[in-house]
Design a protein around this ligand. Structure first.
Ligand code: SF4
Ligand code: SF4
Length: 443
């Protein structure tokens, strides 16, 4: 029987309509918009100014805090200006805007398709290269990858888990990457194993991606210590804690990190970026982005330079369909509605989903009927209806006691609620308030 996590979970329609679309290189933008605060942690500090000439792969903003990441130019050209621009989160962020001129790369970056198999860097050099290259979690979390490899004193990494689950409906960028960059992904896995000093890795993939499972299983025979693990389809199996439970049957305690149970999890996109950084000396300047939605004439999986406006992806496929009601960055369960399609692709952009008018109508919510469905589907064992009430009455102490910070914002409770309660809106507010209180206590 296929493994999966035990607690909660739902089965939304998969709608992987772009799954057969091979990775297509998107044309360079005329202007690139590169926010300096696009990853989890402190914003990076700009190293360039208006009028400076830059090359692809050049460091343009330095991650100086412990949790932050370097930002590199994804294009060559002249810095037009540094300004506050609305990004995909809907907030104004300091952004380096570059007028694109040609495609000149920094020296020493290998842009060929030759696969480099020998891993010559040491453990310490691997961590340093990943840090220098600005690699972050590309599954959406954007947590700096080098920090995950720095195992805290007293803890021990036993197993690396590679997340090829891609349980979010519609999105297919990870699926295509596993099919088209199979060997590079496995070399990336070996690099991370060396960086962590573990001899065991598990690549977890839901069994709706049978072709990727088959190909990886075949190629992985030449890569000792890597197991390809097909998983039963269940949302949100791509959540770190859910994947750890499914893959190695260990439970990460409330408020703890995966290393607590000896695991480190990295997404397949991140692992490929690690391969490129370590074997090709290539910083994170591009990523795969799914463009999808039922109203599109043609869907796509693009290889996109970071900083490319989302409108460029749409224009390359006949523009925004007239009946579009919403454009979402990410998938329908965890994605965020964009306030402008001029927002740029950032390191955390896994997909762009168009929702047509007829599918976007928000149904009027009614009173909670205490059916308990939201509780039974919550993969974190929370009581979403109770958290909603506690946030409404602003009882932050009880909201914290009821583990609001454990919510992974998977949206399963909202998906299942027969009264269409906006549970996640309240829970997000609760997380933000409780987070503020926790931070102020630490000061
Ligand atoms: S409370 Fe959070 S973790 Fe639980 S189902 Fe709702 S969104 Fe998911
Ligand atoms: S699923 Fe909706 S109606 Fe049922 S208990 Fe939860 S909030 Fe109330």
């Amino acid at each position: 029987m296929l493994k999966t996590f035990k607690l909660g979970g739902v089965h939304p329609p998969e709608n992987k309509i772009s799954r057969e679309k091979s990775i297509e290189v998107l044309d360079l933008p005329k202007k690139a918009f590169i926010p300096v605060g696009q990853v989890l942690g402190a914003p990076s500090v700009p190293l360039v100014k208006r009028g400076d000439m830059v090359k692809v792969g050049q460091l343009i903003a330095k991650g100086e805090a412990f949790i932050s990441a370097n930002i590199h130019s994804s294009v060559s050209g002249k810095v037009f200006k540094i300004d506050d621009i609305v990004d995909s989160s809907g907030f104004r962020k300091k952004t380096i805007i570059i007028d694109v001129d040609g495609d000149e790369w920094e020296e020493g970056i290998d842009t060929s398709n030759e696969i480099i198999r020998d891993i010559s860097l040491s453990k310490a050099e691997i961590i340093e290269r990943i840090k220098a290259s600005g690699i972050v979690g590309l599954g959406g979390a954007t947590f700096p990858s080098h920090v995950k490899l720095m195992v805290p004193k007293g803890k021990k990494a036993e197993v690396l888990i590679i997340n090829g689950v891609e349980c979010e409906p519609y999105l297919t960028s990870d699926h295509r990457l596993m099919l088209e960059k199979t060997e590079e992904l496995l070399i990336g896995t070996k690099i991370l194993m060396k960086g962590l000093a573990v001899d065991k890795a598990i690549v977890g993939i839901e069994n709706n991606k049978a072709d990727a499972i088959e190909k990886l299983t075949k190629v992985a025979k030449d890569y000792a210590g890597i197991t390809i693990l097909p998983l039963k389809v269940k949302y949100p199996q791509g959540g770190e804690k859910q994947l750890i439970k499914a893959a190695i049957n260990r439970e990460v305690p409330s408020g703890a990190l995966p290393i607590e149970v000896g695991a480190v999890v990295n997404n397949v996109g991140t692992t490929y970026a690690v391969y490129e950084a370590v074997q090709k000396n290539k910083p994170l300047v591009e990523r795969i982005v799914t463009l999808t939605g039922k109203s599109l004439e043609e869907t796509a999986n693009f290889l996109v330079r970071i900083g490319t406006p989302i409108s460029n992806l749409l224009e390359s496929k006949n523009g925004l369909p007239e009946d579009t009601a919403k454009v979402i960055s990410g998938g329908p369960m965890m994605g965020k509605t964009l306030t402008t399609i001029d927002a740029a692709v950032v390191k955390g952009t896994s997909g762009v989903l168009l929702i047509p008018e007829k599918e976007s109508k928000r149904i009027e919510s009614s009173t909670c009927i205490r059916c308990g469905k939201c509780v039974s589907v919550c993969p974190m064992g929370l009581e979403p209806h109770l958290l909603e009430k506690l946030v409404q009455i602003e009882d932050w102490e009880e909201t914290q006691k009821n583990n609001v910070m454990d919510c992974i914002e998977c949206g399963s409770c909202v998906y299942t609620c027969p009264s269409y309660r906006p549970l996640l809106d309240y829970i997000r507010l609760g997380k933000s308030k409780v987070g503020e209180i926790i931070r102020s206590r630490k000061k």
